[in-house]
Design a protein around this ligand. Structure first.
Ligand SMILES: C[S@@+](CC[C@H](N)C(=O)[O-])C[C@H]1O[C@@H](n2cnc3c(N)ncnc32)[C@H](O)[C@@H]1O
Length: 285
């Protein structure tokens, strides 16, 4: 990857907060114990009691369907905010394409690299430490760009989409998911809910659709899967409660208490129709 410019840009306070969050042992163990340490995003559930890991994998499959025409051996996709690498491994396996997995958290990246070496497909995935606010690649480098539930952490989402557009080839495909607020939800109503993410407010679907249009993506679509959010947080809350003893054995009491208090807030906000979630997809002009 000769166009990679830097691996450790100076971090903003928003980025530092996000990195500190994901690099804490408590958060890392929570994602490992409850979420399975592979995919950490909202699932698309077939039925209400489906395991979180299966539903989360279905989300990756649906997102990948939007990239299918653009990915094959020799082509490259960029995953922004790549977590433990579940999406990167899926894309490399399914399409035989190269994947650049860009992620802020070096602790996650180390686990990601170890998982690639153990389970493959090693060689197709490059894990890069960096921020999606300043993607360390040149213009028009990628055939496709994707992201799963990472933009919710950003303090400047217009810039993230601008970076995604910049590094895409003309005609390249973008697909991403994010947790958002409903258009009419005042930001202060969600503040206690999103406190865990280290941001003041979430985006809305209209914000993303407007930004994509402004950046010249055409066509643009949004598959609205909002009803899945309540299901997902009900499942996560139930799993966290069922595994409370395991969590308490591995994670600090303050974190477990905060988590068990915070997860039901997501259930309440989803049931009150204050949140939105789904898959955005578009083609760069
Ligand atoms: C909820 S996790 C989702 C991880 C992964 N996409 C998945 O679905 O399994 C959010 C991810 O966004 C990453 N992230 C947050 N802010 C970032 C930034 N400014 N640049 C790059 N990655 C970021 C975090 O490190 C974390 O891996």
């Amino acid at each position: 990857m000769t166009e990679k410019q830097t691996e450790n840009p100076t971090l903003t306070s928003n980025e530092t907060a996000t990195r500190t969050y994901y690099e804490s042992t408590d958060v890392d163990r929570f994602y490992d114990i409850v979420w399975g340490g592979e995919d950490i995003h909202t699932g698309i559930y077939d039925h209400a009691t489906e395991p979180v890991a299966d539903a989360s994998r279905r989300t990756v499959e649906r997102l990948a369907d939007h990239l299918a025409d653009h990915l094959s051996p020799g082509r490259t996709v960029l995953d922004l905010g790549s977590g433990y690498g579940g999406t990167a491994r899926y894309l490399a396996d399914r399409f035989g394409c190269d994947v650049v997995a860009l992620n802020l958290s070096e602790a996650q990246n180390e686990r990601h690299r170890a998982a690639n070496a153990e389970r493959g497909p090693d060689g197709l995935i490059e894990v890069v430490t960096g921020s999606f606010h300043e993607v360390p690649y040149g213009d028009g480098h990628f055939d496709a760009v994707c992201s799963l539930e990472a933009f919710c952490h950003s303090g400047d989402r217009a810039r993230v989409l601008g970076e995604a557009a910049r590094v895409l080839k003309p005609g390249g495909a973008l697909a991403f998911t994010d947790i958002m607020a409903a258009e009419e939800t005042p930001a202060e109503d969600l503040r206690p809910v999103v406190a865990r993410l280290g941001v003041d407010a979430l985006a809305t679907p209209a914000f993303y659709l407007d930004q994509l249009a402004e950046l010249g993506f055409d066509p643009v679509g949004f598959d609205d899967h909002t009803p899945q959010l309540a299901r997902h947080y009900v499942r996560l809350t139930a799993d966290a409660r069922a595994r409370e003893a395991d969590l308490r054995a591995a994670i600090s009491p303050a974190y477990v208490d905060g988590l068990l208090a915070n997860l039901p807030l997501w259930v309440d906000a989803a049931r009150a129709d204050r949140l939105r979630w789904g898959v955005f997809h578009g083609r760069r002009a």
